[in-house]
Design a protein around this ligand. Sequence first.
Ligand code: ZN
Ligand code: ZN
Length: 247
Amino acid sequence: MAILLFFTGHWYLSLFGQTFYLHRYAAHKMFTMSPFWEKFWYIYSWVTQGSSYLNARAYAILHRMHHAYSDTEKDPHTPHFFKEVFSMMWHTRKVYNGVLHGTAEVEEKFLKGYPTYPAVDRIADSWMSRLFFAGLYIAFYVVFAQYWWMYLLLPVHFLMGPVHGAIVNWAGHKYGYRNFNEKDQSKNTLIFDFLMLGELFQNNHHHAGARPNFAAKWWEIDPVYPIIKLMNRIGIIKLVPIKSTGR
Ligand SMILES: [Zn+2]
Ligand SMILES: [Zn+2]
């Protein structure tokens, strides 16, 4: 029971940081927030991603490349050039590291407009922090795991951020239905996306990249959108008005 709670908690808290902060805020600027909240969510994404911490600037740049070159050779993570998901993940890792360490050339149009917090990165992106979090996950399992097979879940904790990315990028451009005839291979994999918090509405999202609600039809559910609306109402964020809304 404790393991199930820990796994589910880690899954959703980390995924929320990715979809709300890294994706919808850092990469797409769907809403604005004060410097305080920007720092708050930056630290939140470090703590919840823990050992698999992803830098917001590199995430935003990679993601903007994904939209600009979706399912072509310049896309950092299309499933259509790889036989299985691990080689796609490895390729994405190479592009990510190149952008993060400044060894890859980044087009001007992808730069600017993402949060940076070098003081946090110095710790969050260090081996010390990654090993500390990995040690915490292991300690939790040592204390609470009742069966040996539960330890098989540990690699998911270690790689939580990239695991979420791989599921979305692989399934969301390969399996499901399409509402819009986009040039890429994007699909909507689920109609009620509680598993990936709306991220699996890839076809809807590629059609209208600035729209904070990833659901497009009345029968589709993006569970993060009501939370975004609530945060907008209570003043944590401010939604950026978009044309042709349908909000
Ligand atoms: Zn996509
Ligand atoms: Zn996007």
